[in-house]
Write a protein that binds this ligand. Sequence first.
Ligand code: ATP
Ligand code: MG
Length: 234
Amino acid sequence: MIMLESLSKIYNAGKASEVKALDGVSLRINEGEFVSVMGPSGCGKTTLLNMIGCMDSLGSGHYFLDGTAVHELKKRGIGPFRKKKISFVFQSYALMEAYSVFENIELPLKAVNMPRKERRRRVAEILKAMGMEALEKKLPAELSGGQQQRVAIARALIMDTPYILADEPTGNLDRKTGSEVMDLFSEIHRRGKTIILVTHDPAIAGRTERIIHMCDGRIVESTEYSSVESVCSP
Ligand SMILES: Nc1ncnc2c1ncn2[C@@H]1O[C@H](COP(=O)(O)OP(=O)(O)OP(=O)(O)O)[C@@H](O)[C@H]1O
Ligand SMILES: [Mg+2]
């Protein structure tokens, strides 16, 4: 379970360029939920995701993840904790251009020094499960956007973390391909993962269980199973 209590994040504190990216966010996301985050550009969606994903230093407030007080973790402890708990999917796929599909998916396993034989078994297994065996030797540039995002999702799944965070994962895809990627997220959710997904597209958000609307660094509304318009117009 994710529990945020009055979380704030200020960039460039004390300078003229100071930005209150998160302004007292309190939020609870239960294990197994499929949640989307919407709101106008600059309202703090990526900042929220990065805080939840332990990608950036927390500002003020409390953050508990599965009972661990993340705000109390020492810098050294955050990396290993994140690797156990959280995987990311990005709008721009963030694949290594010089690496094959197989090697890209294998990377997180190398980062934790998994033996080669076990790595190969795990990657082959996931490629098969996602029907991508034929792509394993291809480079990212040889794939369509939808295929690249599927590879990025496979890479996010390979560590089998309970939480998957996705920042506009369908942002670069056409509607049909985006919908196919959402089919994949829905399937991953059915298998028990907790998914938090940022999107600008109400149709994408409508396929999640709950929509969190943000405005000016705050949560202004949290909607279950519906697509109520945000009270904060872009
Ligand atoms: N590293 C940073 N340094 C300074 N300001 C930042 C930084 N990251 C984000 N900001 C500012 O914090 C605010 C929130 O940014 P954030 O990226 O979270 O918005 P967003 O909702 O994800 O927007 P978008 O929909 O355009 O991706 C913005 O005003 C942004 O300019
Ligand atoms: Mg963003």
